[in-house]
Design a binder for this molecule. Sequence first.
Ligand SMILES: CSCCC(=O)C(=O)COP(=O)(O)O
Ligand SMILES: [Zn+2]
Length: 208
Amino acid sequence: MDELNEHHGDTADALISAARFFHERGWMPATAGNLSARLDDDRMLITESGQHKGQLGPDGLMLVDLEGNVLSPDKQPSAETFLHIILYRRWPRIGAVMHTHSVNATVLSRLAQGSQIHLRDYEILTALPEVTSHDAEVIVPIFGNEQDIPQLAARVDEHMTQHPELLGYLIEGHGFYTWGEDVAQARHHVEAFEFLFECELNMRRLTP
Ligand SMILES: CSCCC(=O)C(=O)COP(=O)(O)O
Ligand SMILES: [Zn+2]
């Protein structure tokens, strides 16, 4: 039995369960999206690049340190590994990071391109940390997409310096990132935001 299965089996199971759930909901079609969980101050468990998220198993996960060094021989980490790393490095309280590719997040990010989504007057906002009323406003910024992930990660990181309250962000025509203290909380955040994105899209469709 390798280190991953011997010491981190529960964390791996939680990530696999989340990936399969997101895939079933249509939020991680085919190989799109990625997930990770912090193991300690220096390491995380993350999906291997190109894994089908509806068929994810323990072999589709791997160990990477927070410098981006691969600790699982012969495995290729998610192409978006640095978008996870910047979060773990910045906030020790972050225990899991999740990236979805839902239709709603993707369409919304294109409709509101170059802008940001203002979420307000939704009761489900209170499922998010520090939000105690539907009246609060949660802002989801939209970053332009690019294939140079370290460059994109630097832009997100810079934004977080100005906005430490950030709970998630969209990438235009691409998808959504959010996080939590552990896998369970990050999963709740994905569910809450995906619900909100569907509401926003319907509001835009139905409001003359
Ligand atoms: C097939 S979607 C294109 C890549 C992507 O955006 C993604 O989320 C999955 O990349 P990974 O390297 O983590 O499989
Ligand atoms: Zn992606």
